[in-house]
Write a protein of this length. Sequence first.
Lengths: 486, 412
Amino acid sequence: MTVRGPQAAALALHRFGLGPLRNSIAAIASDPRGALLEELDRPGAGRITSALPSSGQASRAVFRFQAERRAQQKLVQRAKKVAEAGGASNPFDCKQPPTPEPCVPSAIAVEPEKQGKPRQPPLPQQIILDEAKARFDAATGADIGFVERLVWFWSNHFCISADKIPAMAGAYEREAIRPHVLGRFADMLQAVESHPAMLFYLDNVQSMGPDSTAGIDRDKGLNENLARETLELHTLGVRTGYTQADVTNFAKVLTGWTWFPPFEPIHGGEFVFDPILHEPGDQIVLGKRYPENGVQQGRAVLADLARHPATAHHIAHELAAHFVADEPPPTLVAKLEKTFNDSDGNLKAVAETLITADESWTLQRTKLKAPAEWIVGVLRLTDGGPLIPIGQVMGAQAQLGAALWRPPAPNGYSDREAAWIDGVPHRLNLANQFANRLAMAMDPLGMLDSALGPLASTHTRDTVARAESRAQALTLLIMSPEFLRS
Amino acid sequence: MTFPHSPSRRDVLLSSGTLFAWAYLPKAAQAEGRDPRFLTIVLRGALDGLATVAPVGDPSWVSLRDDEALTLGGKTAALKLDNFFALNPAMPNLHRMFLDHEAIMVHAAATPYRERSHFDGQDVLESGMTKPNASDSGWLNRALAGLAPGGHVDPKGSKIFAVGPVTPLIARGAAPVLSWSPQRVLPASDDTVHRLLALYRQSDPKLTHTLEDSAKLTAIEQAGGMAGRKPGGPGPGQVRAYFAEVAGTAAKFLAQPDGPRVGALALDGWDTHFNEGIAHGHLSQLLGALDDALVAIKTNMGPAWRETAVVLITEFGRTAHINGTDGTDHGTGTVALLAGGALKGGRVIADWPGLKPTNLYEGRDLKATTDLRAVLKGLLRDHLRADERVLAADVFPASAAVKPTPGLVLSA
């Protein structure tokens, strides 16, 4: 079975990309597979070039911001107390009687909200907004969006949560995921597990060897969280034969992998291996002895986990289930697994296999797009990106239960139909709101052709054509099974 | 469900800080001691004109609609307008305006468009052209831009007030647009849910079940008086409040001494293919909401109401016969509703074509005997003092043969 031409082009855009732009289907119809492969070959694919703060810079800035806030609040309280006590010695020259407005020296005073001027979000929020905007622009601007879909997949596979570590959520993806999205899995794994955001998110900064200098000194010990999730979620997969002893020993290996706390003025928020926390001695993980070698001991375990056969199978299955079907064809999983093994975890080669395998091109479209994929798809189709502020895009994602970089647990957001189907009625209301903003003077049937091309069923075509208004036509189009599914 | 629209009310008021600074004083009108306001409401989806203003005096009428036909007697008596026409009982306030000579119904009216596509029909209705997709600007905007400086109304610095995040075509064009969006956003309508369900049932059982369950939940909540914020269509109360808010706000802007004088907004939901509910159901609720909206306009116009003309227009009518699902399909002739203190009201204007099978357009629709452009040209000429040649050449191109309807406004 071979799908070709416009049908394959439309399929490529919905299944592997982020949905068509106005003329995408025609643009890649001559060679849809080639167009996907070509996106992988572009120089700098997966990178974001805008100047955004590193995770270290961001966490130091947020720390300073919060310290200033606390100081400011204390000064207000002090001034109030002084005023209540008579106010004669008020050091800040506040007017008497005290006003409810903060009265503080200008050096650390936060500018009060000017009447009528939209308030600048507080710094931590601004950092997230800027990061989200850069990610969103990369998604809406991509020709197809296959590489961005891969970034999203890996970022979710190795997720952290902005609820726990807001300053670094966006920087983490740029620093640990994007550089390796078409590189080697082993390199991504090393980057992820040594990233301060991950070390903080999965509590490794708390962990110390029971027999390390710090452990003895403070009577503290291991936190296994990072070691367990690395085995269970990031590499081998759950129930693949590792034991509690493997988890414990791996946790010992990883002691000392920590960060400079954000209050450190120069290196706060950066990775550091701290020997004082590290459990001394050799460790046995998955039957192999890893000699004591400081930070290199952990690097060696990660290198072996990256090329473990269970990891290859786990990743192959997750990729196939993410892109093709919740229950993916075993032959497709086998092809991806083979490429992963043969290429020593070359993720570009794996992505190429995903595109070239016939199993990936089944015309049955059973996947339900996750909320972010659907929202970005709508905005790409309608050129709506510039019209909807990033805060509203994030709000829409959150309404649909998929807040950006805020998964409820370390296994990330589900990419299976069962997780999102109950949210479809909520999508309808969002669709209605988007459509009222974006329908403009569009030609509904032209939009239908742009969106679905030959994938549109007669029923969907008729339903869109008979809508009572352009806004309703767009609502029905973006809520059609063909647009919701990939 | 809060997906804040932008520009919000606040944004617009701020970004248009000069809103009340520029002077748009209609000079001719000033000389006459008049300061006219003109608001156009587009009813998208094709209003059933026969169910709104029923020809109760036509002997063929009742048989076309059976139980759903409005009559002067019966369970829900229509509101008598004259010896031939009666108004839908959901609109008592419009009826009162009619009795007070503040409303005119123009029946068997239509644009030049004779096909039955909503999009194309709305395009012709709003662009003022004779064919769809012939212009990127709307007749209301061109009318404002075309008002001659000096002798008549001065368009310099004037803006057209438009409701909604997207300016309706009718208001687009050279004259600048002042747009405002309600903060209240309606959930997708029941009608949209029904259309989507019908589509899902063709191919996707899982999506069908999900949407069905959600719609059922909403129905239960609405029946139980619970504040339904679940998806699945707004309750009638929400629609009423929305209509009244957008129309009332438009009136507030137009009432300002130095505010805009011309405005446009669109209200959706009139495509009543099944379970139309002329006297008790869906259409009745929508017409009731529209009736409230007219009250909101009158109230918020305050003293300016006596210088106001509001015109409610739709892209085409619906079939004369009821269809197999207790609704009506896309038709031709329909009604245009005019309200406002500036009108010489209390009249139904109609060159009635009759409802016998041989009278119907293509054997199915109310025949259009009045060109809607004539009504609009009459209002623009006599109320806003638009030049008749400009109306015939620019506002409604190639309409020289369509003479403006005279005598719609007082002291014209």
